[in-house]
Write a protein that binds this ligand. Structure first.
Ligand code: FES
Length: 374
């Protein structure tokens, strides 16, 4: 078998690893326990560079490299995933000759990508939409937080329930309410910041964690909903932190446009319910509108209702009763639903497949046009 020189031995000190060129390939070299080993550099998951990973000893006493993107692990000697997993990274034979590291031209152990077909995410991967030309699926998302064992009345959530009930009684809608506080899900862990391709659909956290509560949001919002009604309290002049936690995890939806020019959200309508003891309704609405616009949602006219008692209304115990007595609230929540459903009926007839996405694309990153370079 042919061997290719790749690196002076002195440039790979004991306890280090790095990726080098071997002819046309990139291989990751590891120098641990007095031995140099070599693996194919591109992780079998999404291609993360194993030469930038972290090497650690696992319970079986073997050294594994953890991919820097999402943590898949490979034995640096055998390429095998940890016990219980069946993926195997390609392994190259290594020789040291005349103070040079040489690796075999071809792997001596080939890569094996185990089937992960039973991860339960096929409907998301295949984008198996559950909307129909006639469906009126209204998804309510409540972003308020509270002690689950000691629930309290919430103005935003009460208004959202009124809206959903009205959608059923007036339009025969199918409705669902998701309370973010009842979902267990991790914060976005910023894989995008390491490499844009590390932000995947479905989200890599969802792939890693079968209990990830965001799976319910992805299914409901992307596959099922025609209309999304998001209800949030005002917290320090902004939407609730639970809303932002969810929004960051929706990077996976927006990034499909940036990375693959693929729009997941089409012909869906969104409106907002924003309530708080103190004000900044319009500021919150601006934030929400900007984010949901970037996902591809469409807005009815007057797509938010807001309610607050103003800056000096520190007697919070009166919030809910004042809210419940408000004729404005009862009227505006219903009108919010009416506008959303009426627009939905129009939107359902639009062929949006040719709609453009004037957003930044990875293919243009840092680029200038040929004309500008002249
Ligand atoms: S790319 Fe390696 S773990 Fe995802």
């Amino acid at each position: 078998m042919k061997f290719l020189p790749v690196l002076p031995f002195s440039e790979l000190p004991s306890g280090s690893h790095r990726t080098v060129m071997a002819g046309q390939r990139r291989v990751s070299l590891f120098h641990y326990n007095g031995r140099v080993t070599a693996l194919e550099h591109a992780c079998l998951h999404k291609g993360g560079d194993l030469g930038e990973g972290i090497v650690q000893k696992l319970d079986d006493g073997e050294l594994y490299v953890a991919c820097p993107w999402h943590g898949w692990q490979y034995n640096i000697r055998t390429g095998q995933a940890p016990p219980g997993y069946f993926d195997r990274q390609a392994v190259f034979e290594v020789r040291i000759e005349n103070c040079m590291i040489l690796v075999s031209e071809n792997p001596v152990i080939t890569a094996f990508r185990a089937e992960h077909a039973h991860d339960g995410l096929q409907d998301l991967r295949q984008l198996e939409y559950r909307t129909t030309p006639d469906s009126v699926h209204v998804l309510g998302i409540s972003a308020t937080n509270m002690n689950q064992a000691l629930p309290r009345p919430s103005t935003s959530e009460t208004a959202l329930q009124v809206a959903l009930d009205f959608a059923v009684s007036e339009y025969g809608a199918e409705t669902r309410m998701i309370r973010l506080r009842e979902l267990q899900f991790r914060h976005c862990e910023g894989y995008y910041s390491r490499h844009e391709e590390a932000c995947t659909w479905p989200c890599s956290i969802t792939e890693m964690n079968s209990e990830d509560g965001m799976t319910e949001i992805y299914r409901a919002m992307v596959l099922w909903a025609d209309v999304v009604l998001l209800a949030t309290p005002i917290r320090w002049g902004n939407a609730s932190s639970l809303y932002y936690k969810m929004a960051e995890r929706l990077n996976t939806v927006q990034n499909q446009i940036t990375l693959h020019d693929r729009v997941l959200i089409r012909n869906k309508v969104v409106s907002f319910i924003i309530t708080g003891g103190q004000d900044n309704v319009q500021g919150v609405a601006g934030q929400l509108n900007a984010f949901f616009a970037d996902l591809g949602f469409i807005f009815p006219p007057f797509n938010y209702m807001g309610w607050s008692r103003g800056w000096i209304a520190e007697d919070m115990q009166h919030n809910v009763s004042s809210f419940m007595k408000s004729r404005y609230v009862r009227r505006s929540v219903k009108e919010l639903v009416a506008n959303a459903v009426q627009l939905l009926r129009q939107v359902k007839r639009i062929d949006s497949s040719h709609m453009q996405t004037p957003k930044p694309k990875i293919s243009e990153a840092g680029g200038v046009t040929a004309h500008e370079t002249e």
